[in-house]
Structures are given as C-alpha cells and as structure tokens.
Ligand binder design. Sequence first.
Ligand code: AP5
Ligand code: MG
Ligand code: ZN
Length: 215
Amino acid sequence: MIVNLILLGPPGAGKGTQAQRLVERLKLPQISTGDLLRAAVRDGTDLGRQAKEYMQRGELVPDSVVVLMLKKRMQADDCRTGCILDGFPRAVTQAEILEGVFSEQARSLNHVVSIEVPEEELVRRLTGRRSCPKCGAMFHVMFSPPEKEGVCDKCDGELITRADDNEETIRNRIAVYREQTEPLKKYYEEKGLLRPIDGTGTPKDIEEKIAKVIG
Ligand code: AP5
Ligand code: MG
Ligand code: ZN
C-alpha cells in the first residue's frame, strides 16, 4: 500500500520524534525539510548559505530554496512507496506546490496528522532538546536523557543543542507557526485530510494515536 502523509504541528510538537517511529513502523522514509536545510547549512552549499539567516531568526526559508530540496528528495527511489513529510508544507503556498508535485508523480496525499501541544510544553521540550548530528537521534535532558550526559546512546556521537533552540528564537518560531502554518489546518480540513491528535503523553502513546487515525 502506498501512503503519503504529512506531520503538521508547531516547533517541538514531536514531528521528528514521531516521524522516526513511523519510519520503523511503516517502512517509509522521513523527509524533514528542517534536516535537509541543516545539512545544507553544515555543508556550506549555495542553498544552505541562503537559508542560514532565516533559520537563525526562526523565520521560514523562502519557498524557492525549500521547494528545490523537497522536489529532489521526493524523486529518490525510496519515496516510490510513499513518504512521511516532516515540516513541509508550512504555508498555504507550499501546500499548493506540493499538490502539483503529487499530481506530476501521479500520487496522492492520504493524511495530514496535526499534532497539538500547548505552548508552554513546546518551550519546555525545545529548551531541553539535545540531538545527535551524526545519526539524528533525539534526546531531552529531562524527558528522555541519554545514558551518559552529552553522548548519543546509539552512536556515541557528541550531542548538540540546535542553534535555533534558544528561548527568543523558539518564541518567534511559534509565532511564525501560528501565523503562516496553522492556516493549513483549515486548508486540509476542507479537503477531508486533517487528522488532529493530542500530542501530550508519552511518545509511544502518541505513536499509537497516530497509527489509529491513519488506519
Ligand atoms: P524544523 O527542523 O522543521 O523545526 P520545527 O518545525 O521548529 O520543529 P522541531 O524540529 O523543533 O520540533 P519537532 O516537532 O520535530 O519536535 P521533536 O520531535 O524534535 O525547521 C527548522 C527551521 O528550518 C524553521 O524554523 C525554518 O527556518 C526552516 N524550515 C524547515 N522547513 C521549512 C519549510 N517547509 N519552509 C520554510 N522553512 C522551513 O521534539 C522536541 C523535543 O521534545 C525533543 O527533545 C524530544 O525528545 C521531546 N519530545 C518529543 N515528544 C515528546 C513527548 N511526547 N513527551 C516529552 N518530550 C517529547
Ligand atoms: Mg523536527
Ligand atoms: Zn547518534
């Protein structure tokens, strides 16, 4: 069965955490535009140079940059049986572009899972997040600490705090979400694709809730 789904939600809602779980469960690739952009910034590519300042401020990177990356990634072989989109689309303009990509590739979008979490919880999650740049594993200093402080359980890599996980940028990312991304809920609701879920609870509970709404 081919499944294309979007994980929608504010910064810190757990899109990346749940995407990684769904990769295992559904055997589909995760496409995170945030991860693709961070890799481009790290590698110092043209697109990365264009994206860097927007990301540091917590603003959306221009569609021209993000869409190029997304299209290239979606053409890869492993996406033929579907994909889990994490962090794209983030604005109605991007949703419209995505529709074009899907129709060019003769595929369709099945579900938009909207992960709902209250704002204060988002800030707690993001200020305590630590991630492994080597293998992508995610930790939280309180909610899911690594066995050894600062070291990845999976690959022994050194854990980092993301450059945009400071309180000022976090607040701006949340404001940008409310303004530019949240209207997508209505957009997809009207198409009958929106599956809202409560994103509080353990990651395992939330995974089960997602599994239920996508059937
Ligand atoms: P992106 O990387 O997508 O960041 P984001 O949307 O701000 O979301 P996060 O990755 O911060 O949070 P998440 O929902 O994945 O949560 P996570 O699972 O990590 O984008 C970054 C930037 O790139 C943007 O600001 C923008 O500049 C640019 N960008 C990206 N896509 C773009 C696009 N399409 N267009 C334009 N610009 C774009 O969890 C967070 C923490 O909480 C972790 O520590 C985790 O361990 C913990 N946690 C997770 N679940 C739970 C739980 N159930 N209980 C307790 N703790 C939990
Ligand atoms: Mg993420
Ligand atoms: Zn690691």
